[in-house]
Structures are given as C-alpha cells and as structure tokens.
Ligand binder design. Structure first.
Ligand SMILES: Cc1ncc(COP(=O)(O)O)c(C=O)c1O
Ligand SMILES: N[C@@H](CCOP(=O)(O)O)C(=O)O
Length: 385
C-alpha cells in the first residue's frame, strides 16, 4: 500500500491521479509502506525490479530490463575512493528509463492512451521507447535546435510526435502542464511523483553494489528530480532498517543554468528562476527546475551542498572519464567535474553519470581532435602513427 503526500502542507491522497497537491499546489511524494520491503542488499541479481516490494505499482511492469547499471571505480589522484554509476547503460542510454518503466506502467494502470513530456532530450527518448513498448501514443514538446541529435533521433524513431517550440525547456514544460491538466494525456516529466519512484532505485543499487553507504553522492541537477529521488531512496533504506546513515547529497549545476546553486549559497529553500539558461550540457539547460524544493530539502537534510562548474570543467571531466573507458554525455560529467573541482574530504564518493556518450555526437565533434584525412597509402599512414 502507498499514498501521496504533499511536501508543503502534508495533505495526503489515496489516488494515483494527481501530479501536485490540490490544496496548496505543492509537490507530491509517494509514501510507501516500508514494512513491505522483502529484498536483500546482497549484491546479487541487481535490476530495478529486484526492489518491486517498495515500488508503487499494482500490475506487472512494462520493462526493457532497466537498472543494474555498473559501478566503476575511478582513478582520480585524490585520496577518496571514487566510483561512477553509469546510468548511460540503461536501455535508452539514460537514468530516465528507471522513471519511465514505472511511469508507463502507471499510465496503463490508469487506462491512459497517450503520454506527454517536455524534454531537453533524454526524457523524450526514454518516454518514446517505453510508450512504444506499451503501445501508447507519445507526444514530445522540446526546445527547437537545443536537443542533442542522439536523443532527438531516438524519440523520432520510436514513433513519438515531436513538436519543437521557439522557446526553452521551461516554456515547453509549462505547455505540457497546461495540456495535461484535463487528465486525458498522462504527464511523464519528473513532477509526476511515480517517475521518481523508479529513479530512487539508484540509491538502493549503490548500497547493494558497494555493501555500504558512501559518504557522498554527486548528482547533476537539471529539473532536480533525480537528486530528490536518490535521496528518497537512501532515506527509505535507513527508515526500513537496511542502513544506518544517509550520504551527503551533492548537486552540481552548470554555471549558466544555476538556480539551485544560487538558492543554496543564499541558504534559501526556494529558487529564483534563471530566465535564459545556457550551457554546453544541454540536458541540464534548465532555468526553473520543477523539483527545486524537493532537491533543496534533500540537500539540506543530508548535510550536502550544491556546486557549480563551468562548461570547460564539464568537458575536461567528460574527457577524463572517456580516458578511463567511461563514455558519457556532457551533463553526466558535471557530477565528476564538481568532485574534481573541490577539495572535499570523503572516504567514498559515488558520482552519477546520467547519460551515454552517444547521445550528443555534435558536442564530441566540437571538443575532440578531428580525424586526419589522407590518401589510402600505408607509407603515409605509418608516418602518422
Ligand atoms: C543526462 C542528464 N543528466 C542530468 C539531468 C538532470 O536530471 P534532473 O532533471 O533529474 O535534475 C538530465 C535531465 O534532466 C539529463 O538528461
Ligand atoms: N533533462 C531532462 C529534462 C526534463 O526532466 P524530467 O526529469 O522532469 O523529465 C530531459 O531529458 O528532458
């Protein structure tokens, strides 16, 4: 059993059909019955649905075998043990699949025939893929010219109707919220509390894989759902008696899209939206993150912090990871960029790499040395080796 609770006024609802509190407009959180937990954190058979007893679905899930992503150790030259959780190895290439397996299952439970999202790319790629699997119609609204090609092509190929607007992600989300108000089309951005229930399993998996709770978890912040979800996962493990502590949740934002960072340094629990967000990491090019309040709560409650990194620090971290065999898109590298930038004293750190290298080929062409073009002559080529 589970219910929805408003994070602002505490109002509770026994329905699956709400995105926000009807009393005060606040964000909703799913409260699951932790006494139902029936998995062991023994490092075996790790997939998202291993943790089904704490995931609020009533029917068999629509799954493409998401989760169970690798936790790679990383050499950084610092004294901390550093791990990268490579969410780019999910079916559509990002952590969004964890949210979509639950969100699309919920759409079917609610007898919806169509789903919709605003997107900087990954949400749309994932939603389109899972909607196709479930034979649901998918509608995507995105900022024209600002979505990486790998992601756009996924949404197109999986059959979504893609509508590009002259406006940024924040404007697209406003439109989606309006168009889904009447409840015919199911909204699948992270304001949907069920989406975050899938994403919280990142925390479960980290403890399952490591065998203990790390000191800190670094997470890129865009719309601010993932850091909120991961914190909730750690909180539930503690409340259910699996663990004794919660890691510091460290959010990382890009310099040109930093409303959560600014709120944190001013010790506020609300953001001031950034009107023209800009960064090379298009996935986190968001000025008015819808889950900012949840994220700030997670950061303050866990004793964490928010860091800010420049585009060149993001690209450096992306190359640093690539040199150790871990291919990620720019936004994903911001978590490590934050860790590398600061002198922070942790024994064990996990950085979340949120999306795959293949998502944004144009950025790679811009930041890497171009292939050399020569005639097909082995002698000439040998001289270049
Ligand atoms: C690759 C990638 N990293 C990070 C984020 C930010 O996650 P969130 O919006 O949950 O803060 C997103 C999208 O939101 C993303 O696509
Ligand atoms: N980066 C995201 C932005 C939307 O985030 P969501 O988690 O609220 O769906 C994307 O990939 O579109």
């Amino acid at each position: 059993m589970y219910l929805l609770r408003c994070i602002e006024c505490g109002e509770e609802y026994e329905t699956d059909s709400l995105y926000t509190c009807t009393k005060c407009g606040g964000l909703l959180e799913v409260i699951v019955d932790l006494s139902n937990a029936d998995f062991r954190l023994d490092g075996n058979n790790i997939t998202l649905w291993k943790y089904r007893s704490l995931i609020p679905v009533k029917t068999d899930p629509v799954t493409l075998f998401e989760g169970g992503t690798p936790l790679y150790s990383l050499k950084t030259g610092k004294s901390s043990r550093v791990y990268i959780k490579h969410e780019g190895l999910n079916p559509s290439g990002s952590f969004k699949d964890r949210g979509m397996t639950v969100g699309i299952t919920k759409a079917l439970e609610l007898k919806k025939r169509s789903v919709m999202c605003a997107s900087t790319g990954n949400t749309s790629a994932s939603m389109a893929m899972y909607a196709a699997r479930a034979s649901l119609k998918a509608y995507v609204i995105l900022p024209s010219g600002k979505v990486a090609l790998g992601k756009l092509t996924q949404a197109m190929m999986h059959g979504a109707r893609v509508i590009a607007i002259k406006g940024n992600f924040d404007a697209a989300l406003k439109i989606v919220r309006k168009l889904t108000e009447r409840n015919e089309i199911y909204l699948l951005n992270s304001i949907n509390p069920f989406r975050l229930e899938g994403q919280k399993t990142i925390a479960y998996e980290i403890v399952d894989q490591l065998g203990y709770v790390p000191d800190a978890v670094f997470v890129p912040i865009g719309n601010a759902g993932n850091i909120s979800a991961i914190y909730k996962g750690f909180r539930e493990l503690k409340e259910a008696g699996y663990t004794d502590n919660i890691p510091e949740m460290v959010g990382v934002q890009a310099e040109g899209a930093d409303p959560v960072y600014k709120a944190f340094v001013q010790n506020k629990d609300e953001i001031e939206p950034v009107s023209n967000p800009e960064t090379i990491a298009t996935a986190i090019r968001i000025g008015n993150p819808v889950n900012a309040k949840k994220a700030l709560q997670a950061i303050y409650d866990s004793g964490g912090r928010v860091l800010r990194v420049t585009d060149s620090e993001i690209v450096e971290a992306q190359k640093f990871l690539a040199k150790q065999g871990v291919g990620v898109e720019p936004a994903s590298a911001s978590s490590l960029a934050g860790f590398l930038k600061e002198e922070l004293d942790y024994d064990t750190v996990v950085c979340i790499a949120t999306g795959n290298l293949l998502k944004d080929p144009e950025e790679i062409i811009r930041v890497c040395e171009k292939p050399m073009e020569v005639s097909a002559n082995p002698e000439i080529i040998e001289k270049l080796l």
